[in-house]
Write a protein that binds this ligand. Structure first.
Ligand code: ZN
Length: 336
């Protein structure tokens, strides 16, 4: 497995091209995974990676990045934009979170390795060829087919104090109603962890989900990307946005997250953004084929704010039903 690209990443101008990952499997002795990329470059400003489709079934970001790649021209920017609207291209074509070629979750395999299959090879190409050209990055996620999120920017709380401050400022510029922060050790294989390792300021998002495009989330994301680009000084003729004052939330560990305790049909008892208490009923699971068996009530095991909830109603034991976060302030984050 190896990869190359059919356009120049550094010259001024606007180009559409493909990252070509050579791939061999049972269907094709020799084939190429063509990942679409747009380069828009002009002037001396910083490099920025703008991606979506890291998970193929998350659509708000894909639509936003497709439009941005068409609409922005070199005259609009100072810097180099690398726009990847369908980053895990095989997963996007399969309407799936992970790649159908190797089952790989692109947001779990950074820094990647060209020898370990197409998903890891793609991560390696991004880590070696795109991220080092950038000072900033945005990767737009949603809940995908299996969950929906409250509209938020999403920060991996790694790096030194200045780096964390820059991420939080980027999130405030983006302007989504909430900022959800995950611990620095949450996922060492994520793209944002790789950006932390390379000193690149990355702001991610969770915008809706459910395997569709929510128009409210689309509007928040579309505005937010331009606001963040203006904040970073990349958009010419675009005033710097006022920094928003979003709700700050620290993601809780999975230990307190309610999960399905039996197989069945899940009936939720709560909605996104609800503040819940320890012992409160999260929902109920009906065993499908055993009408004489009592439904299973699921309880929250601690207080929190619901930031995401499962979409599919048919659940299996072990499925996570909600993600909870706790309110936090800048002092609590250690950045005042
Ligand atoms: Zn995602």
């Amino acid at each position: 497995m190896s990869g190359d690209i059919d356009i120049d990443l550094d010259r001024p101008g606007k180009r559409f091209g493909t990252i070509r990952l050579v791939h061999s499997d049972n269907r094709n002795a020799f084939s190429v995974v063509p990942v679409p990329i747009a380069v828009i470059a002009n002037g001396d400003g910083p490099g920025v990676m703008l991606s979506a489709g890291t998970h193929g079934d998350e659509y708000e970001g894909q639509a936003i990045m497709q439009a941005l790649a068409r609409d922005l021209e070199p005259a609009h920017v100072t810097g180099k934009l690398y726009i990847l609207p369908a980053l895990n291209y095989p997963a996007v074509l399969d309407a799936a979170r992970c790649s159908p070629l190797d089952g790989g979750n692109l947001n779990r395999v950074f820094p990647g390795d060209p020898r370990l299959g197409p998903t890891s090879a793609l991560a390696a190409f991004v880590a070696r060829e795109i991220i080092p050209r950038c000072r900033y990055a945005m990767d737009l996620h949603s809940g995908g087919k299996s969950s929906v999120y409250t509209p938020c920017t999403y920060l991996h709380w790694g790096g030194d104090l200045a780096h964390r401050r820059a991420k939080l400022e980027g999130a405030r510029a983006f302007g989504a109603p909430s900022v959800v922060i995950s611990g620095a050790t949450a996922n060492a294989g994520s793209m944002t962890a790789e950006c932390d390792r390379q000193g690149v300021v990355m702001v991610s998002t969770e915008l809706g989900g459910g395997g569709t495009i929510d128009r409210r989330m689309l509007g928040i994301g579309r505005d937010g990307v331009r606001r963040a680009l203006a904040h970073w000084g990349i958009l010419r003729d675009h005033p710097k946005p006022e920094l928003a004052a979003p709700r700050l939330l620290m993601l809780q560990g999975k230990g307190g997250t309610p999960m399905a305790e039996t197989d069945g049909i899940f009936e939720p008892a709560c909605d996104l953004d609800d503040a819940v208490e320890d012992g409160q009923i999260a929902g109920r699971i009906y065993p499908i084929g055993e009408l004489d068996r009592a439904p299973c009530d699921i309880l929250f095991r601690g207080p929190g704010i619901i930031v995401s909830r499962r979409v599919g109603s048919l659940v299996r034991r072990g499925d996570l039903l909600y993600n909870l976060a706790s309110p936090v302030d800048e002092a609590g984050l250690g950045i005042t």
